[in-house]
Design a protein around this ligand. Sequence first.
Ligand code: FAE
Length: 545
Amino acid sequence: MGDTTGSPVPRTISRRGFIAGTGSLLGAAALAGRTPAAWAQTAPVAPIPSGAHVAALVIGTGYGGAVAALRLAQAGVDVHMVEMGMAWDTPGSDGKIFCNTREPDYRSYWLRTRTKAPLNYFLGFPIDRDIPRYTGILDAEEFGGITVYQGRGVGGGSLVNGGMAVTPRRENFGAVLPSVNPDEMYNVYYPRANAELGVGTVDPAWFDSTACYQYARVGRKHAQRSNFPFVFVPDVYDWDYMEQEAAGTVTKSALAGEILYGNNHGKKSLQQTYLARARSTGRVSVSPLHRVTSVAPASGGRYTVTVEQLNTTGAVTTVKTVTADRVFFAAGSVGTSKLLVRLKATGALPNLNGEVGRGWGDNGNVMCGRANHLWDPTGALQSSIPCCGIDNWAAGGAFAEVAPLPTGIETYASFYLSITNNPNRAQFSWNAAASRVDLNWQAAWKQPSITMAKTIFDKINSKEGTIYRTDLFGTYKIWGDHLTYHPLGGAVLNKATDNYGRLTAYPGLYVIDGALIPGNTTVNPFVTITALAERNIEKIIATDL
Ligand code: FAE
């Protein structure tokens, strides 16, 4: 099934043609040093024509989708990736592809007219602002009891995330993916994922001396004085580049507060790693600003896929119908779950099993800040890339990332994102009256996370004689318990799918993203999503193709 048939999908476009379209980008890239230029130069952004047939269609360009595309292409299969967000390969009028966290503009949010910052108050005042409605990079998707933050664009969550690349402790893996053999994950797939993602760790000597990690050293001091294990956490940010930022020899990104709405330099998003390699095979093309709305069986074992083309206001400009031999759902935990639940309920894929939509969790995310004494400043200059955490998982069910508050001024605050062992799981279901998929997560279900996070911070506050900040999530509100950055589950491995992500009622349909993971990874999730995708696609290529 290597070649496409029917209407051809352009696999590559000429370098000359590409440069003609993006000359300003390449010029800017040459001036600015490390940028997504490597990606741009190999980028066959080639919107799929209606009527096309493809061997493999991948819905979404995040971690699961990028792994699938690379490995399928290397196995000789032509792949087309459909991504609802933008390509993020062209600078705006300020010469930058991504806007700054401190100055969110039209590029910041997915189809909103007002920002919805995760940390939306400062000194008790709201900080959100009006913006033009645009297909921006960060989606704050609101369900009844929780706001789920997700990346939108070619690269998925890798465009907006902090890059913390954490492999769960092996003793915890049985709870993360109970049906997966840990030996193969820890011997083969975690190392493979870490290598391909370009994971590295801060140089401890530099960490000890640089102003931009003063906040993290304060976090370490407080953790250690309360006898909590303190750990350095690997990241995909280019640590050499960050040291050059600190030395003033390159354009600043992490040290200019870039995070959440994209990093213009330094961060190795999927655009620079898996997707660049996938595209260099010459077998992968991508349709940005295209959203899959339906997948249904067609004759000959194929699938008919309905795709809406969007403009940057979010309006649908064209509806296309294409066919594919195989379809990989990689739209993220929420995107894949919403699609499958709707397609099952509305009759396109009625034989999906009853586990579809179940087992969704928030990775136990909860945020909080602590108010330090005036003699414990955390620094006006803070690297936006976190590099350390407090591991109280075994004793208290919480792993707390020492997070930056890159406001550019001294805040005397220590800020944390905790990942906790919250047992609550929600379900997606089809709401026929409203014609949408709902998620039944309840706001009160965050209480176990707060209790677990308090096992760390109550103790530190007591030891240090400090208190919680109450001005970061509202007025007199301590906990950021309204959101998650880490949606997981909804099409759980070995339940909604077989043990390799196959939707067995429909040969040729697969799930290959965070929807497979049952709600919690004990740490930040993308390394596990990537490693599991590597494991599953290897099996699928070996046995199904
Ligand atoms: P994901 O990366 O979300 O990709 C799915 C893609 O599918 C997206 O590009 C969507 O736009 C696209 N899509 C959705 N629906 C459709 C459709 N119908 N048609 C076409 N395209 C569609 O999925 N994780 C870590 O491990 N470390 C961190 O430091 C970290 N920090 C984070 C910070 C923030 C602010 C956020 C939002 C997330 C963070 N995460 C972090 C989570 C991580 O980014 C997330 O787990 C992965 O991106 C999920 O990977 P998937 O492949 O499942």
